[in-house]
Design a binder for this molecule. Sequence first.
Ligand code: PMT
Length: 399
Amino acid sequence: MEKKFIVVGVSGGIAAFKACQLVSDLSKKYDVQVIMTKNACNFVNPITFETLTKKKCLVDTFDRNFEFKVEHVSVAKACDVFVVVPASANVIAKFANGIADDMLSTTMLACNKPRIICPAMNVNMYENPATQHNLETLRNYGYTIVEPGVGYLACGDEAKGRLADLEDIKEAISIALHEDKPLAGKKVVVSAGPTMEAIDPVRYITNHSSGKMGYALARAARNMGANVTLVSGQTSLSKPYGMTTISVTSAEDMYQAIVANQDADIIIKAAAVADYTPVEVATQKVKKSDSDMSIPLKRTKDILKYLGENKRANQVTCGFAMETTNLEEYGNEKLTKKNADMIVCNNVLVEGAGFKGDTNVITIITKDGMKRAIKDTKENLSYIILEELIEILKTKEGN
Ligand code: PMT
């Protein structure tokens, strides 16, 4: 497959140094062209980008050293996504007002592809009504703005204006690259990660879920256009860009968060939820003694079952089944018992499947049959699962 073509515009601000890392990361996966403003060249030398992209870095519209084509138009036409990192107050003002007086602004004006603006500047410049008005204008023109973060700014202030995390910028690019949006207008809720059931202020019962499977599903649903709510147990993963994330700890917290969002069109329960929780949580640390001990446990609420019992006609619910034997038999049992539309089974004893890794091996069970042992990355499997769920949703909606 031909590599996607990403144009990275770099304008004059200290955060230009972060664009080097971004361009380096993007170049591993995409064909990247960098365009710099003259002011940006005061912060980073174009040679840095030329080395990273193996391509001439464009700065001057009237440079005569390239093959004959109208360079700003041909670049604008060829690109799949145009991202400006960092976007200074000055270039934002130019883009918002249709000013085209250098290579970056001219190419931007000629571009009708997805455009992403990543502002970075001093807080007063960012909060200035003129900048806010210009950003609003760009939003109305269909640009995506990846909001700056709060933190230490080069001017010494601790405030909003820091370039967004590079991971968020990369995620905004992957959303823009995913042209197919079959879930546009739909709400998708995904649960991910483990639950933790407190024994006392020091100890808890949990499991090995890293959250990777659920996070991959949430990202794929977001890329397919859905409005996503991720209900996440405690994981070491960072909050994904472009969705609402609700952080929970126990099975009861997860139940409350899912129930509050049960208006979703599709609910996917990839979380590994505790089936049992201590009857009582000790308020002080339980002291050890020389004898053995046992902790009385009670059942948690079965969230997937609750969803099955309270399902709307056009709603789709999908559970996972983590098994070590009789995958299909137990999966089918869960499909019926929990009135789910799909159960995705995985066996932790199979190589490349289950907890923590980047891959999984899944068997998809629906009322219409079964797809066995599909092995792939959790990212790719997420699209396969969602495509199946979309078909079920379409059937329910009569489309
Ligand atoms: O997070 P990773 O490290 O990437 O690992 C992914 C995974 C192995 C956790 C994932 O692929 C997976 O299998 N998740 C479900 C694990 C599990 O709890 O399976 P189960 O068979 O015990 O539960 C069946 C279904 O009922 C699940 O959808 C579960 O979310 C749901 N459930 C379970 C108990 C409960 N009290 N409420 C529930 O809703």
